[in-house]
Design a binder for this molecule. Structure first.
Ligand code: NAD
Length: 318
């Protein structure tokens, strides 16, 4: 039986990924700083550890064949645009120590969860942006420390796979959303934040949206993300790969879909000052389709329906 480590297993994507790996029959160890907030981990073995510490990483990788490296100090644009030094420090330590431990202790394949935030800011100044291909990463100019650190971790994969007997791969994920994600507290991303605001609003009220709402993104449903990560691990791909949807929407359009799903009447969007990140970003999925023979298939409407239903239940105690 293949033995797998998922770091960040109590987080949004990690929690879903562990469930999927268990369904496929893997033996799974989950490690995280915290316990899963919404119920026990489905992992065979779960424990808390701080993966900034080298010894904790050595213990975590012991006797596993594959590592899904998800642990990160992480949040939406409100968080990553104001938390640079501490986030860079924590994530660099987590990624370097986990990778080093895996390479030295017999791990066969290692998957890093990188991010669309590694792409250069100069390619993302227009809301009607052209989609970002994997080769667009250089010359490098990510907007925030979060992106720079992910790019550094991608580089580290190249060096380690070149000098150790371990295969590596990196998923550049684009805005993943779905149930069991952070929806309050300051680390939430746009889909969850807007679902929460709509769920708490009464008919006729305003919903706050940061900026003019004309900034664009693509959003990928969690089940598709987990399927993409699983397929990438099973592939022989070593260069970074986008995992995301290629349907570009404005934040206003995203909010309109959520308002429609809620069934509430006369909710209006009120645009306020707030961090917006880059002006426009989309995923070019050409390489993903070729390598994984697959692409995300959940529509934004279906994914948001499931996400809204869950967040509404959480905030309104339904
Ligand atoms: P998340 O915050 O829900 O999960 C990250 C987990 O890492 C958390 O449970 C956290 O407790 C854990 N962690 C943080 N520091 C740790 C430490 N020192 N030791 C052990 N565990 C620690 O985030 P997520 O959305 O599930 O993201 C998972 C991965 O995917 C992250 O690497 C993130 O950067 C990447 N990613 C996510 C998205 C997205 O849209 N959610 C997009 C691109 C990349």
């Amino acid at each position: 039986m293949t033995r797998v480590l998922v770091t960040g297993a109590a987080g949004f994507i990690g929690y879903h990924l562990v469930g999927r790996l268990k369904a496929h029959g893997y033996w799974v160890r989950g490690v995280d700083l915290k316990h899963p907030p919404f119920g026990p981990s489905p992992a065979d073995e779960f424990y808390r550890a701080d993966l900034r510490l080298p010894d904790a990483c050595v213990r975590a990788v012991r006797n596993v064949d594959e590592v899904y490296a998800l642990a990160a100090d992480m949040g939406g644009i409100g968080y990553i645009s104001r938390t640079h030094a501490a986030l860079f420090h924590s994530n660099a330590l987590i990624n370097l120590h986990t990778l080093d431990a895996a390479a030295r202790h017999g791990v066969r394949r290692y998957l890093l969860t990188s991010s669309a935030c590694i792409y250069p800011e100069y390619l993302q100044t227009d809301a009607r942006t052209s989609s970002l291909k994997e080769t667009d990463a250089y010359p490098a100019a990510p907007q925030d420390a979060y992106g720079w650190e992910k790019l550094m971790a991608e580089r580290a994969l190249q060096y380690y796979s070149g000098e150790y007997d371990m295969e590596t791969c990196a998923a550049r994920m684009h805005n993943i959303y779905g149930p069991y994600g952070t929806y309050k507290g300051g680390r939430e991303k746009a889909p969850a934040a807007i679902c929460r605001k709509v769920a708490l609003a009464s008919d006729g009220q305003d919903i706050e949206v940061w900026g003019d709402g004309l900034q664009t993104r693509s959003f990928c449903y969690i089940d598709d993300c987990v399927e993409g990560l699983y397929r990438l691990m099973r592939s022989r791909q070593s260069d970074p790969l986008n995992i995301g949807s290629d349907r570009l929407v404005t934040i206003n359009e995203l909010a309109d879909v959520i308002v429609r799903i809620s069934g509430k009447r006369n909710l209006t969007l009120r645009h306020v000052q707030g961090p917006q990140g880059v002006r426009g970003r989309n995923s070019d999925n050409t390489r993903m389709r070729a390598v994984l023979d697959w692409e995300p298939s959940t529509s934004l409407e279906d994914g948001l329906q499931r996400t809204y239903r869950w967040i509404d239940m959480m905030v309104n105690n339904r």
